[in-house]
Design a binder for this molecule. Structure first.
Ligand SMILES: [Zn+2]
Length: 151
């Protein structure tokens, strides 16, 4: 029985309690329509769900976005995720940004513009056996940690 953590975005970080983690690249190719992002997301969700016994999906509950586009993508991915969970009878919950930051860095508020970098550096120290490829990957590892080992 596993928990899958997602950092929702076009570069979608994922970390599963089964041990797999990384980034799903949802970016549409220039020859594809922009909506392919959501087709890819669904495909990755289904592939991992079939390979692994997932009972819960957790994700970072973001209340503020720097850009309108990012906010729209986040909302669309969140909606798809919630529907996927309902269709497959999986629990889902959002975890607040400050809770995740606290688990990662020991404090709830990082200095402006420093958050992603701090969480990445803390992840490199904490998850020594994982080859962390990006900040999105690091975020997903911390979301999983916040969900499964709350402080
Ligand atoms: Zn898994």
């Amino acid at each position: 029985m596993n928990t899958l953590a997602l950092d929702l975005g076009t570069q979608c970080g994922f970390a599963c309690s089964c041990g797999k983690s990384g980034v799903w690249n949802l970016k549409a190719l220039s020859s594809e329509s922009i909506g392919q992002r959501y087709v890819k997301f669904q495909h990755h969700l289904e592939t991992h769900f079939r390979a692994c016994y997932i009972i819960e999906i957790v994700y970072e509950e973001v209340k503020f976005h720097r850009g309108v586009d990012a906010a729209h993508v986040y909302g669309a991915l969140e909606g798809l995720l919630q529907k996927f969970c309902i269709d497959n009878e999986i629990e889902y919950r959002g975890i607040g940004v400050s809770t995740i930051q606290k688990v990662a860095t020991g404090r709830g508020m990082a200095p402006k513009g420093q958050k992603k970098k701090m969480m990445f550096e803390a992840a490199v120290r904490e998850f020594k056996s994982v080859n962390i490829i990006s900040e999105d990957h690091a975020d997903a590892l911390w979301i999983l940690q916040a969900a499964t080992k709350p402080i």
